[in-house]
Design a protein around this ligand. Structure first.
Ligand code: OGA
Ligand code: MN
Length: 295
């Protein structure tokens, strides 16, 4: 069966038909998925009853996996899933829903802010693949914003202003916005800021996009409040409804997005209901050289 895509979002995002993710992809199918990603940036695969091994195999057929080590507040013995997965659920290692005030849950609420995955890493994420194993009775949508359309819609003066700006990204900055500040010294060291360009050029399409994220907390050479106000204005611009696709989950959906040209955010859902979402992630490429701290 040939693969078909049907656009479902305003200027991006498409549903894919004709692929069974339980089976290995042919080279032609791999090429078609990448081409679909280049065109639509978000691809939705419905009714995919895959297990962890099948999700890993599909992800690996598209590129190199990113490992989720030390990026959450789970201690090493509190992982529910292997580090080939980012555990996007609200479940502890015994599959119990986190208590409302659990620190690990409160940290994960950071996903409700618009962000791009792993922008806080020197090598940020390329694609993310999120699979729904169980979903709450209501709420819990994921929204996506097209950062290429948002860039294109900037006026020329702003395009010139942002062109060479470098931002600092850290999970401390994103959590600070929500009033979550009780990090240990070890966590502060682990979450030290990295640099990212504010404008990225997509390697396949040559198109520019804004590289924004809740993790961005400063612009090199700018006073912090001015930088944050400016970044906030850009996020407000980039997440206007005409740039946003909202995904309503069904169990078995796999949604894949290109972090280089989209942002996304989780929406709230009832606190005590399980939501089991498992993410595999492909590594991307650095946007700028890091400067290592000198002692
Ligand atoms: C993610 C993420 C949003 C959601 O998987 O990276 O931000 O709705 N998920 O769970
Ligand atoms: Mn995310």
């Amino acid at each position: 069966m040939t693969i078909t895509t049907r656009q479902i979002g305003p200027c991006f995002a498409a549903e894919v038909e004709g692929l069974d993710l339980r089976k290995p992809l042919s080279p032609d199918e791999v090429a078609a998925v990448h081409a679909g990603m280049d065109e639509h940036a978000v691809l939705v695969f419905r009714d995919q009853r895959i297990d962890d091994a099948e999700q890993l195999a599909f992800s690996r057929s598209l590129g190199e996996l990113e490992h989720a080590i030390g990026t959450s507040l789970r201690a090493p013995d509190e992982y529910r899933l292997p580090t080939t997965f980012a555990d996007v659920s609200n479940l502890d290692q015994h599959h119990q829903v986190f208590a409302r005030d659990d620190r690990r849950r409160l940290f994960a609420i950071g996903n409700r802010l618009w962000h791009s995955d792993s922008s806080f890493k020197a090598i940020p994420a390329k694609y993310s693949l999120l699979h729904a194993r169980s979903i709450p009775s209501r709420g819990g949508n994921t929204e996506f914003a097209d950062m290429r359309a948002a860039y294109d819609a900037l006026d020329d003066e702003t395009k010139t202003e942002v062109e060479d700006l470098i931002c600092e990204h850290s999970q401390i900055f994103s959590r600070q916005q929500l009033g979550f500040t009780d990090f240990t010294d070890e966590e502060r060291a682990r979450f030290a800021p990295v640099r990212q360009r504010l404008v990225r050029t997509h390697p396949s399409t040559g198109r520019k996009s804004l590289y924004l994220s809740s993790h961005a907390g400063g612009i090199l050479g700018w006073p912090v409040p001015e930088a944050r106000a400016f970044l906030r204005d850009l996020v407000e611009h980039a997440t206007q409804r005409q740039f946003v696709y909202a995904h309503r989950w069904r169990v078995g959906d796999l949604v894949m997005w290109d972090n280089r040209r989209t942002m996304h955010r989780a929406r709230p859902f009832p606190v005590h209901e399980p939501r089991d979402m498992r993410r595999t992630t492909l590594v991307g490429t650095p946007t700028v050289a890091q400067v290592t701290a000198t002692s």
